[in-house]
Design a protein around this ligand. Structure first.
Ligand SMILES: Cc1cc2nc3c(=O)[nH]c(=O)nc-3n(C[C@H](O)[C@H](O)[C@H](O)COP(=O)(O)OP(=O)(O)OC[C@H]3O[C@@H](n4cnc5c(N)ncnc54)[C@H](O)[C@@H]3O)c2cc1C
Length: 269
């Protein structure tokens, strides 16, 4: 692990890759068999490969806040979605006792200090009670549905947000990045150890891209729609769907089949 190192260039030939890196001691070149770009949604590796980030940025703005408040007292579970045409929110418990992530939508035209000033008004609409709270952190951001047209170019591969980014409703961003890593470890290890042909890397690249386009992004998009649906008839339809699902005794089967879709086909190694 090399801290304060920034990839700024990338060359490759038939035997390996040569990333150019900015380091505290000045620019330096590395040589390796492969490079995996896991450098986030603004990935330098993806850009150096000449790959666009295809898709769209949502017009609305999200505000992620970390707040100390006793949601547990009101029966909130580890992850909760509040569906409302205006005051929708995702409320999830973070690791520490009573520290929660509350994410909601905000007017995209507001300046940052106005976003901060309006947090109490949003909380008043979202929180179940009127007890005092403590805001630990907050951050407005824009959300995206985008993916690279290919997750492999020769000896360079992409994983996580560098490869694909979706809106956070449903918590699928990090989740699918971790699955990418798991799949890539399996195929890359097999190639390096000579147990599998390089074509398994194409399988990784195509399968993880397919999962994004066919499963993750549509799911996240539907979660986003459901949370803030304005049409009363569709809201009622969604509510009935939730009720039916919640009442099913084989509820865990639904969750398992969803996980299977996100995991995609097993890597062929
Ligand atoms: C506010 C917010 C809330 C979210 N909530 C959820 C959630 O509830 N559930 C969920 O599953 N996902 C959530 N996500 C998405 C999740 O955070 C991302 O999907 C995840 O962090 C992606 O991980 P990553 O390792 O691919 O990229 P990142 O976490 O972005 O890490 C990229 C790393 O690469 C480094 N880097 C960048 N450029 C270079 C370079 N040129 N050279 C070297 N290093 C570089 C960066 O410093 C960084 O350390 C949320 C995102 C945001 C912004």
């Amino acid at each position: 692990m090399l801290w304060s190192h920034r990839v700024i260039a990338l060359a490759q030939d038939g035997n390996g890759v040569t990333p150019g890196v900015e380091t505290p001691e000045g620019p330096r070149e590395f040589r390796a068999g492969w490079v995996i770009g896991t450098d986030g949604a603004r990935s330098s590796v993806r850009q150096l490969l000449g790959l666009p980030f295809e898709g769209h940025t949502w017009p609305d703005r999200f505000v992620a806040t970390n707040v100390e408040y006793d949601f547990g007292k009101y029966g909130f579970e580890l992850a909760n979605m509040i569906a409302d045409p205006v005051n929708w929110a995702v409320v999830a418990r973070l690791g520490r006792e009573n520290l929660w992530r509350v994410t909601y939508g905000e007017d995209a035209s507001l300046a940052e200090d106005e976003v901060r000033a309006r947090i109490p008004a949003h909380y008043a609409a979202i929180f179940p009670g009127r007890e005092p709270y403590r805001i630990v952190a907050w951050s407005p951001y824009r959300v995206q549905e985008r993916a690279a047209p290919s997750f492999r170019v020769g000896r360079a591969l992409l994983a996580g947000d560098a490869a694909h980014a979706c809106n956070p409703c449903g918590g699928l961003g990090l989740t699918t990045g971790v699955i990418d890593a798991d799949c890539l470890i399996a195929v890359m290890t097999a190639v390096i150890e000579g147990r599998a042909p390089e074509s398994v890397l194409d399988f990784y690249a195509e399968e993880r891209r397919r999962v994004f386009h066919e499963v993750t992004s549509p799911l996240a998009t539907n979660f986003k729609r459901t949370l803030s649906e304005k049409d009363p008839a569709r809201r009622e339809e969604d509510r009935n769907g939730f009720r039916t699902n919640a009442a099913r005794v084989d509820n865990s089967v639904t969750a398992t089949s969803l996980s299977k879709l996100i995991f995609g086909k097993p890597m062929p190694v």
